[in-house]
Ligand binder design. Sequence first.
Ligand SMILES: N[C@@H](CCC(=O)N[C@@H](CS)C(=O)NCC(=O)O)C(=O)O
Length: 228
Amino acid sequence: MLLLQFSTSHYCRKARLALGYKHIPYQVENLTPGLHMFRVMPLTGVATLPVLLPQLPQSGGQPEVVGDSTRIFEFLEKYQPEPAIFPVDRVDRLAAQVLEDWLDESIGTATRFVYYQFRSSEGKTIDPSLASMAIIRVVRSQYGINQATADLAKHRLELALDRLSAQWRNSDYLIGNQLTIADLTAAALLSPLALIPSYRQSYPWLFDRITQIHQACNEPLPPGLIGD
Ligand SMILES: N[C@@H](CCC(=O)N[C@@H](CS)C(=O)NCC(=O)O)C(=O)O
């Protein structure tokens, strides 16, 4: 399998966690933001990554294409059912899907706003190179990230972390008694917060759980947690 990705994207991390948890061998093709459109749009019709090509192109024929991290989860569960990431129980399965969708559509976006606002201010020193600053400027302009929109996102994250703490502080799992799409999604989409000191101080349980899930998925830890 080939995963088309941005190496630093938290949505691409989400796909890698599922591939790693299921022990599916894969290769990555790292794309350059902006230029990625020329590779991705003809394949999926949308501009976002990750995109999974289940058959390596050189194995012949037209490669199947799975765009969007949620659809990648569904594809991988069918491709290799064990270990499962969707609960078998119907009620738990629906709860996991609703949680995954909320994390994906609302919380992953909020993380992006808070993270890029931080990287353009106090967090500039993490990588002050011109290339890094240029990417941060483009992302902030593309998504309309500024102090006001980042503050709204910060409030949304506070609510989300209160909601998740009720489960993750008492149990290893957000839904039922197994690792699911909800855990993988939360671990990936909240991982950029590991570089922000205020989150590290306020939510130590979050980063413990993100670390454990990365270890269960054989995925290298995100920046900020490496070497902890
Ligand atoms: N809902 C999508 C969101 C993916 C997404 O937002 N990807 C960002 C990178 S983090 C992207 O590709 N942005 C580039 C663009 O929109 O042109 C998914 O889960 O795959």
